[in-house]
Design a protein around this ligand. Structure first.
Ligand code: CDT
Length: 312
């Protein structure tokens, strides 16, 4: 019996500042219903799928941003999505801003998170974004901010892989997809499908020559990560012009061969569907990327011990 997982990549168009959670959850449920019509097993939503991409604004008092975060998952506003998904027998992966309870020192933590839910409604995994891009303080020369490093702490736990949908499923969020270590840490746990939501502004203020290459770089990193680890990669955007900022669409479903098997053709709410054969991963994991046979961890020590460049 081949292990086929039918995936719905639920790209979203813009979410504006005035949109309520109820408005947004209705859109998520609509995409879920589209998935049900295609017989999907799991629907993958973007990074920060419940709100506008608020790190584009810098609020002097971070507590004023708390309304953009969820204090629990499911939260009261997302419960209808959990209920409908369970009724339909469809799993999902949802990106959201997480505000924790105070820890033992009375400190709350803010993470850019994703939750993975099985077809029976149980939460199988929770991931907190590890690579946080952008800047920590207000940068007045930018046309818009990318203050993720102000709004989110980096996730403290390494990339995980969970048993779900009959296979081995991992998660990453947006900027994580640009780092080969993200894929490899999951590859070393046998990952067969990586779920990745993203918000990628077209304009990159530190080097605008990259603007025209956003789509190329998006595909480049995810195709390479899929191939080099013999895994499916599902990349799902929140695209389009949101509060005046244009963001990349081009959500895609990538096979373990590195080939794109489905790609969004709009920048709005759009569901891509693909039947993903998890057993196809073994063609790569057992041959060119047979890690046990060919990897040389004894000469890779810098990868895990050194952060920046040390020139010879
Ligand atoms: N959300 C996110 O991580 N976006 C980044 C934008 C580039 S860094 C300002 C990304 O890697 O797509």
């Amino acid at each position: 019996m081949r292990r086929i997982v039918t995936v719905g990549a639920a790209q979203m168009g813009p979410i504006h500042r005035g949109d309520t959670r109820k408005d947004v959850v209705e859109r998520l449920v609509d995409l879920l219903h589209q998935g049900a019509a295609h017989g999907v097993d799991v629907v993958v939503y973007p990074e920060l799928a419940l709100t506008t991409f608020f790190p584009r604004w810098f609020l002097e008092h971070i507590g004023e941003a708390d309304h953009w975060y969820e204090r629990s998952m499911p939260s009261p506003d997302t419960q209808p999505l959990f209920d409908e998904a369970r009724r339909l027998g469809i799993g999902f992966c949802l990106g959201y801003a997480e505000l924790t309870e105070p820890d033992e020192r009375g400190v709350v933590h803010r993470y850019n998170s994703q939750v993975l839910v099985e077809r029976d409604g149980s939460i199988v995994g929770h991931y907190r974004k590890i690579h946080i891009p952008g800047h920590e303080s207000h940068e007045p020369d930018r046309p818009f901010q990318h203050a993720e490093r102000y709004y989110f702490e980096p996730g403290p736990v390494e990339f995980g892989v969970w048993r779900a949908f009959g296979g081995l499923v991992g998660m990453m969020i947006c900027n994580d997809r640009r780092w080969p270590e993200s894929y490899r840490v999951m590859g070393l746990q046998g990952v067969e499908m990586i779920l990745c939501g993203y918000n990628t502004p077209i304009h990159y203020a530190p080097d605008p020559s990259q603007d025209v290459l956003q789509g190329f770089h998006n595909a480049l990193v995810m195709q390479a990560g899929a191939y080099q680890n013999g895994t499916w990669v599902i990349g799902v955007a929140k695209g389009g012009v949101e509060e005046g900022v244009d963001s990349l669409g081009q959500s895609c479903i990538i096979a373990p061969s590195g080939q794109i098997v489905a790609q969004a053709y709009t920048t709005g709410d759009e569901l891509l569907v693909a039947r993903c054969d998890l057993d196809w991963c073994q063609r790569y994991k057992n041959t060119l990327f047979d890690f046990e046979r060919y990897r040389r961890p004894e000469v890779y020590s810098r990868i895990a011990s050194q952060r920046g460049v040390i020139e010879p």
